[in-house]
Design a protein around this ligand. Structure first.
Ligand code: NAD
Length: 348
């Protein structure tokens, strides 16, 4: 990897510039591109350093670092999860991330990742649904209509050909917001009053709620045969969305088992509960959906490689554009041993 300039300035993508980049590329194209980058990295899964994310928990939320490297580039994301934040006018999830050159150790990109996380989470969900959802799936129940929900819906449209989304949130204002944002996108949007109504006729069930507890967003009797469940919101110890009985009846697919066993829906099950790693389905080593009546369940928690793919994508796409500033964040004296002299010369 080459540095963006010989001055060791680091490109920085602000929230404003990320939004400009999305409009420049087009959100559905960007979701498709991101899904392709993520799928490429899932195909070379074994090249990556992998570790469960490093989490610092408090009573009200969690702050996490998510690092990985493919040997050429190193990336990490800082991300929080604070379900109580929305009631204080703040985001549940905020993030920023960094990509560095493994050869020099120098950063080559710093970027906002609150919006990018919503995009990469949605792109991952849809990339996985493309492999696991039943043939012809065109209707999704979207339970939890917060910050992630429109991105989830649009990614399923762009990547899986979703035609209709059925919205439910315990807060009707969130459903109204989501429906208004999705108007004009080409999706048929149906606002529902109960989760039972939302799942009627849906082949893909997405749960994307935020609550720091063992919640039951889908109970066992709500889930019939032949659906794909995209479980997004259970992503922390003590924070799940699905009744245990659903897991017993499903074929469960995960990102990185050591992290998912701590954070995902399967934290409710024993250590040896069988799961399939999604990268193995993508490389063809393991089977995905094997019959139309099976329940497939993507127990998504969000893994560092997806952020790495997103960082790679942003690094590639900002080249030759004005969608970044250059940050002077690396002290880089002409004589590398004369850091002190450089500080001294700055006095004048
Ligand atoms: P958000 O706070 O913006 O929205 C959550 C919504 O869930 C709110 O509108 C809330 O009213 C609703 N909700 C809470 N309990 C509910 C219930 N019992 N029934 C119906 N609706 C309910 O949060 P967000 O940014 O959209 O994130 C949603 C969840 O997804 C969070 O838990 C977050 O940690 C998780 N997340 C996961 C990934 C991943 O990669 N798997 C990535 C990003 C976010």
């Amino acid at each position: 990897m080459t540095l963006p300039s010989d001055k060791a300035l680091v490109p920085f993508v602000s929230v404003d510039n990320m939004m400009r980049l999305i409009h420049h590329i087009g959100i559905e194209d960007m979701l498709r591109d991101l899904a392709a980058y993520i799928e490429d990295d899932f195909k070379r899964w074994e090249q990556f350093d992998k570790t469960p994310r490093v989490a610092s928990h408090s009573d009200v939320g969690v702050i996490e670092l998510m690092p990985t490297s493919d040997g050429e580039a190193y990336g990490f994301k800082y991300v929080n999860g604070h379900p109580k934040n929305t009631s204080e006018g703040l985001q549940t999830v905020t993030a920023f991330g960094l990509l560095a050159d493994v050869y020099t150790g120098y950063p080559v990109l710093l970027t906002e990742m609150t919006i990018l996380t919503a995009l990469r989470t949605a792109a991952t969900s849809a990339m996985v649904a493309k492999h696991l959802a039943p043939k012809g799936a065109d209707t999704m129940a979207m339970i939890g209509n917060g910050a992630q929900s429109e991105f989830q819906s649009l990614a399923m449209k762009a990547i899986c050909g979703l035609k209709s989304v059925r919205l439910y949130d315990k807060d009707p204002a969130a459903t109204s917001k989501c429906a208004a944002n999705l108007a004009g996108t080409g999706l048929k949007v149906v606002s529902c009053k109960t989760p039972e109504e939302a799942i009627e006729g849906a082949q893909i069930l997405t749960t994307c709620t935020a609550d720091k507890q063992y919640a039951t967003i889908l109970s066992d009797n709500m889930v019939g045969a032949g659906v794909h469940i995209n479980a997004i919101g259970g992503d922390c110890p003590g924070k799940t969305e699905l009744a245990k009985g659903i897991l017993d009846r499903s074929e469960v697919f995960v990102e990185f088992p050591p992290q998912t066993r701590i954070e995902g829906e399967i934290q409710q099950m024993g250590e040896d509960f069988p799961v399939t790693e999604m990268w193995q389905v993508i490389t063809g080593e393991k089977q995905g959906r094997t019959d139309a009546r099976q329940i497939t369940l993507f127990d998504s928690v969000g893994f560092a490689i997806e952020d790495f793919s997103a960082l790679r994508y942003i690094r590639d796409r900002i080249k030759g554009t004005g969608f970044f500033f250059e940050l002077d964040m690396l002290a880089d004296p002409d004589d590398p041993r004369d850091l002190f002299g450089m500080v001294g010369r700055a006095k004048t």
